[in-house]
Structures are given as structure tokens and as C-alpha cells.
Ligand binder design. Structure first.
Ligand code: ISE
Length: 350
């Protein structure tokens, strides 16, 4: 069986997903691509043999599409996922599932209201498939460094994407750290606080860098700097410090040069080469599950809702001078909850 995939969004990530699905994934074929910028859609179509659509809605409804991959702007995700649910088509949505808690909650509720079967929504938290993160998680679970105590992470981009602000640094980039930290430690994030040094002079659109503190239910404290205009290269660091040692992701680098009594290494310009294996393994896992009719091992809509709650708490902390915010992961669904009841604010300022 071959799964016919429609891709929404032919920008950086949409075209990368199309290339991976077309060239490296068994059991999948890219049959459709939609983007309001028709030249971008046509470029992907030329590479894959897909037909182009100017609207996401038409692509989702197309009889030539069995499953949908969404790589459009974050703000368009919720509406497009709803349409996939209405057409009962499995969907792999890039992170974040949606930028707000209420949209994520709505998607979880809508999916739950569809009776029976395997959940249709998967979410592209691809770091869960990155071989180095997986090895780190396995070693932690084997007890290689004893009980973990703290995690020190960094998330550095070369430059920030246009149209963003301080909150979207958290909902678009920091969200990876939120998801992968809870997944690695196997413990939900219970409280957070947000901190900022002075701003880089190279970006007037947002606070950059930002420092996020995440405390999991088991008491491990994670500190992560998210610096979108780091300029020198794309880099993700993660060191878990335990009672008997540390585990660290090997630094992604292309070449180490040793000459003239100096050593140096090169960096990639963005995340695609660093996480190429993760994207490929994630897509293959999705397609395998669709073919075998089993539950995909990808992040779920509920995982995305959990991450969105943590992201919202960080934005609240940012707007409250770094107050520690406690997250309530057991809140009622959207229709039962009352406005503003998403989490409690503690009095502690860090
Ligand atoms: C981008 O959307 C990604 O998902 C990358 O993995 C992340 O590092 C980057 O900061 C985001 O903008």
C-alpha cells in the first residue's frame, strides 16, 4: 500500500518534508501540495510530481490525498487540522499544533468527539526521533548517571524569523525544549519562570536571548537559553547532570579544522541538517503506522496541549516580571473551564 500525502505549505519546512517523503520514505508518495504562493507550490510539484492546489481546504478534500502534512504558518494550523478531522484524514501537523492553549484544547476535544479508531492527529515534535536524544533518554532510564538533578540546554538560531515577537520565541522555538525536556525526564513540567538579560542590539522585534526555567514534577530543574540571533550558527545543546555523572548531546558540527596551532569547528545555518535523521525517522514512523493501522509513535494532540500550557505559563511569567507560574495539567476541557483558569500564579519571584 502507498499512502498519498498532501502537503500544506511549500516554504522551508513544507518543501523539506516533501523532499523527505518523496525521496527517503517507503510506502509514501506526495500527490498534492498547496501554498498561496503558487511559485513555491510549483517548485515542490516539479520535484515530486505532485499536483498543486491554491487552497488548503481543496487539498484536504481531494480524493487524491489520503493523509495530510501541515507545514503552514503556525497561526493557520488549527483551522487546517479541523478540516482534516472533518474529512477524517490523518494529519501530521508541524509544531506547535496551535499557538494557544484554547486552540489546542479545542482540537483535542474535537478529536475525542470522533468516536472509535486511532487518533487522527500527530504532531511534529521531531526531536523525539533524534538518535542522540533517544540514546540520552535510554541511558538516563538505565540509570547511567544516577538520578538526574538538572538539565542545562541551549537553543541557538542564526537569526530570528520575520513577523515574530517575544511570545512567539516561546511558542515556536522554546516549545521544542518544553516538549523534549518532559519527554526526556519522563516527568511533566509543573512550574516555570522566564528571565531575560539585556537585549541583543541586532533584533528590535523581541526580547532575545531569553532564559527559561522549567521544573518537572520530580524536582529536576532545567535552564535553557533560547537565542534566536546567535549569528555564529545553529546549535542545540543539552547536558543532563545526575548524581553520578552527566550525559550530553554530542555537539552538531560538520568539520573540525586543526591548523596553525588552532582548532575550530563549523556549524550549519539552520536545524534541517542537524535533525535530518529525526525528520526522516518521524515520517517513516507515521507512514508505517498509517499502513499497519496502528497508533503512530509520534507526539499526540494531548502532548501538544501539555506543551502549549507550559508555553502559556512562560508567556505569563514574562508578563509578570519573571514570577514563578505553576501549571495545572488537570484542567477541565474548554467548554467546562472558565476564562483565566488555566494555571495558578504563585507569589514567588525568582
Ligand atoms: C523552527 O521552526 C524549528 O522548528 C527549529 O527546530 C527551531 O530550532 C527553530 O528555532 C524554529 O524557528
Amino acid at each position: 500500500m502507498t499512502v498519498r500525502i498532501g502537503i500544506i505549505g511549500a516554504g522551508v519546512m513544507g518543501s523539506d518534508h516533501a523532499r523527505i517523503l518523496h525521496g527517503s520514505i517507503a510506502g509514501a508518495t506526495v500527490t498534492a501540495v498547496a501554498d498561496p504562493a503558487q511559485d513555491r507550490a510549483r517548485a515542490v510539484a516539479r520535484e515530486t510530481g505532485a499536483r498543486t492546489f491554491s487552497s488548503a481546504e481543496e487539498l484536504i478534500a481531494s480524493p487524491f490525498v489520503d493523509a495530510v502534512l501541515i507545514a503552514s504558518h503556525d497561526s493557520a494550523h488549527a483551522k487546517q487540522v479541523i478540516s482534516c478531522l472533518e474529512h477524517r484524514k490523518p494529519v501530521l501537523c508541524e509544531k506547535p499544533l496551535a499557538p494557544t492553549v484554547s486552540e489546542c484544547q479545542d482540537l483535542v476535544d474535537r478529536q475525542n468527539a470522533l468516536t472509535g479508531g486511532i487518533p487522527l492527529i500527530s504532531v511534529g515534535f521531531m526531536r523525539r526521533f533524534h538518535p542522540a536524544y533517544r540514546e540520552l533518554k535510554d541511558l538516563l532510564e538505565e540509570g547511567a548517571i544516577g538520578r538526574p538533578l538538572m538539565v542545562l540546554s541551549s537553543h541557538r538560531n542564526v537569526s530570528s524569523y520575520p513577523d515574530g515577537n517575544s511570545a512567539s520565541t516561546i511558542t515556536n522555538s522554546g516549545i521544542h525544549e518544553i516538549d523534549v525536556t518532559a519527554w526526556l525526564l519522563n516527568s511533566p513540567i509543573e512550574s516555570v519562570s522566564w528571565h531575560a538579560p539585556r537585549n541583543t542590539a541586532l533584533d528590535g522585534s523581541r526580547q532575545d536571548p531569553q532564559i527559561l526555567h522549567l521544573r518537572t514534577a520530580d524536582g529536576v530543574l532545567t535552564s535553557v537559553d533560547v537565542f534566536l540571533n546567535a549569528r555564529y550558527g545553529y546549535e542545540v545543546r543539552c547536558e543532563v547532570v545526575g548524581e553520578r555523572g552527566t550525559l550530553e548531546l554530542a555537539r552538531p558540527h560538520l568539520t573540525t579544522t586543526n591548523r596553525a596551532q588552532t582548532g575550530s569547528r563549523s556549524y550549519t545555518a539552520d536545524w534541517r541538517p542537524v535533525f535530518a535523521d529525526a525528520y526522516r525517522l518521524q515520517s517513516q514512523a507515521w507512514i508505517n503506522a498509517l499502513i499497519s493501522g496502528t497508533r503512530p509513535a509520534l507526539a499526540t494532540a494531548e502532548d501538544a496541549l501539555t506543551a502549549a500550557r507550559v508555553a502559556q505559563a512562560l508567556v505569563d511569567s514574562m508578563n509578570s516580571a519573571g514570577a514563578t507560574i505553576t501549571i495545572n495539567h488537570h484542567q477541565p476541557s474548554a467548554d467546562e473551564s472558565h476564562a483565566g483558569g488555566e494555571h495558578e500564579r504563585t507569589l514567588t519571584h525568582v
